[in-house]
Design a protein around this ligand. Structure first.
Ligand SMILES: Nc1ncnc2c1ncn2[C@@H]1O[C@H](COP(=O)(O)OP(=O)(O)O)[C@@H](O)[C@H]1O
Length: 406
């Protein structure tokens, strides 16, 4: 594998004219190659990935390394984290990292996928620094897709237990450029001091000295690369996975508090996979309210165009039969209208009525009751024959008048 590949480098820079489609195609090619390699090397039944992935992102110096142990403890994980930049250790990868750039997606994906298969990560693992680009984000989505596919494939087999429902958390530690640069330089100073001490005493291990931790323009470049590429790429994961945004500007204590708060809040969402599968067909309230207004407009226009006659009847019904009553309740803002009009037997007419009121700023609710009215008695048997009467109770609420008596 080559340390850097041109296609993904180009994809990382939207300014060079390559569109999102090409980025996805790149991702598909990179993913397919990496996946094929895994299947050939390990066999499909051995592609056992971690049940839980915690993807820790954030600007350089945001505190990813600093807070890793704390996050692992909070999630009950005991295995060490996977630090992506530490995995990328070829001379070429080092050269790119030293100048504040990013190593090619092909290399990152290839190395990471293999690493994820290590048995110690089965229950869950934290990844520090992945995904960093749009292509890596797409590859992550494809990987999770494959994890679901394998889960279904092996569900009813003796090895089904190794293919559990994956839970993916994205945690982004946010700091601004000023703090990012300050903390990168702080880390540089700490590492220098540590290494001097190791050399002096011969005790301990030397830490890597990164050029970006000692040079303000390089540290700034790293921040900007993060902001332009990684930040945007991470946003697209919000809708798919558990997404935690953590303000990491404050003191260590404050950041820990923010992390716990985020994890606590989201843990209520971590249902058993079967429960989740059962509920996921129901949209969340925010999803349906988000586009409610546009949907209403679309429906009203379609009534006018496609069901003109019925729509005209509904509007005439509201105008002639309901509005006089509603007007007489203008002070209270609440009126209840009962009707047996057969127009409302048509469910579409009912929907139209509710929609028209919504569009005009009212809130209408329809309730239906069926009343059996005795019509005839069979004198021989005593049986009573009833007629079914349908009564629609329409409640219309709106903002009443502010006028108060007295
Ligand atoms: N909340 C914080 N307040 C002050 N310094 C911090 C904070 N979080 C991290 N640091 C310091 O910033 C430097 C970089 O942190 P590090 O965890 O290595 O960042 P990252 O892994 O995100 O690049 C370290 O010197 C660390 O001690």
């Amino acid at each position: 594998m080559t340390p850097s590949n041109n296609s993904s480098d180009a994809a990382k820079n939207p300014a060079n004219g390559r569109g999102a489609d090409l980025e996805i195609k790149d991702a598909q090619l990179i993913f397919d190659a990496a996946w094929e390699d895994l299947e050939d090397h390990y066999g499909r039944e051995n592609l056992r990935f971690p049940k839980e992935l915690i993807l820790l992102g954030g600007a350089p110096g945001a505190g990813k390394g600093t807070n890793t142990a704390f996050i692992l403890k909070a999630r009950g994980l005991t295995c060490p984290p996977i630090v992506i930049s530490a995995l990328l250790d070829t001379p070429e990868a080092r050269r790119i990292k030293d100048t504040g750039g990013m190593v090619g997606d092909r290399e990152v994906i290839g190395i990471l996928f293999r690493e994820l298969l290590r048995p110690e990560y089965r229950d869950g693992v934290l990844l520090d620094g992945f995904p960093r680009t749009k292509v890596q984000v797409e590859c992550l989505k494809m990987l999770v897709g494959k994890m679901h596919e394998l889960r279904h494939e092996f569900f009813h087999t003796p090895i089904g237990i190794h293919f559990r429902h994956p839970t993916i958390h994205i945690m982004v530690l946010f700091v601004d450029e000023k703090i990012s640069v300050e903390r990168q330089l702080k880390r540089g100073r700490e590492i220098l001091a540590h290494n001097e001490e190791v050399r002096r005493t011969g005790i301990g291990e030397l830490l890597e000295e990164r050029p970006t931790d000692y040079d303000v323009p390089l540290a700034q470049r790293r921040y900007r690369v993060f902001k332009d590429q990684t930040w945007a790429a991470l946003q697209s994961l919000k809708e798919i996975f558990h997404y935690h945004f953590v303000d990491a500007q404050g003191s260590l204590d404050e950041v820990e508090k923010n992390i716990l708060q985020e994890l606590d809040y989201q843990s209520s969402l971590e249902l058993d996979p079967r429960t989740f599968d059962r509920l996921r067909c129901l949209p969340e309230a925010r999803e349906i309210t988000l586009h409610a207004r546009q949907e209403l407009v679309k429906r009203l226009d379609s009534y006018e165009l496609e069901n003109t006659e019925l729509f005209a009847k509904v509007v005439a019904f509201i105008d002639k039969k309901m509005m006089p009553i509603i007007r007489s309740h203008a002070i209270s803002g609440r009126s209840l209208i009962n009707t047996e009009d057969p127009l409302l037997d048509n469910p579409l007419a009912m929907t139209m009525l509710i929609d028209v009121f919504s569009e005009r700023g009212y809130h209408a609710v329809i309730d239906l009751s069926r009343v059996e009215t005795p019509e005839r008695v069979d004198l021989a048997t005593g049986a009573i024959q009833c007629r079914l009467k349908k009564v629609f109770h329409i409640t219309v609420n709106f903002r009443g008048s502010e006028i108060r008596r007295g």
